[in-house]
Design a protein around this ligand. Structure first.
Ligand code: SF4
Ligand code: SF4
Length: 94
């Protein structure tokens, strides 16, 4: 029984520490699109579960943009999807 409590408490503690870490990361960091490298392929858009990114066409051509800056958790999941070095993590400016 004691072992079950210890395991449960450890898992809860790990979850809380992970949540605090994710929260702090989201407050301080944000993804940035390097427009000159972006081809507008859209792979990052498909990868982002928070629906933060979208493809737009403007005077710089077709490229990804952050449409909901407050929703980016800086998880970094989109970065490995980009084969053109067009995504980088940046400090969030408030
Ligand atoms: S860092 Fe995470 S939340 Fe932010 S755009 Fe990339 S996948 Fe989405
Ligand atoms: S994966 Fe890279 S090149 Fe493709 S749209 Fe996203 S940022 Fe642009």
């Amino acid at each position: 029984m004691n072992t079950l409590y210890i395991v449960s408490a450890s898992l809860l503690l790990l979850w809380i520490l992970g949540a605090l870490h994710r929260n702090r990361r989201a407050k301080n960091r944000i993804i940035r699109v390097v427009e000159e490298n972006c081809t507008g392929c859209g792979l990052c858009v498909k990868r982002c579960s928070r629906r933060v990114l979208e493809i737009t066409v403007d005077e710089n051509g077709k490229h990804a943009v952050l449409k909901k800056t407050d929703k980016c958790t800086a998880c970094g999941d989109c970065i490995p999807k980009c084969k053109f070095n067009a995504l980088e993590m940046a400090e969030r400016i408030r």
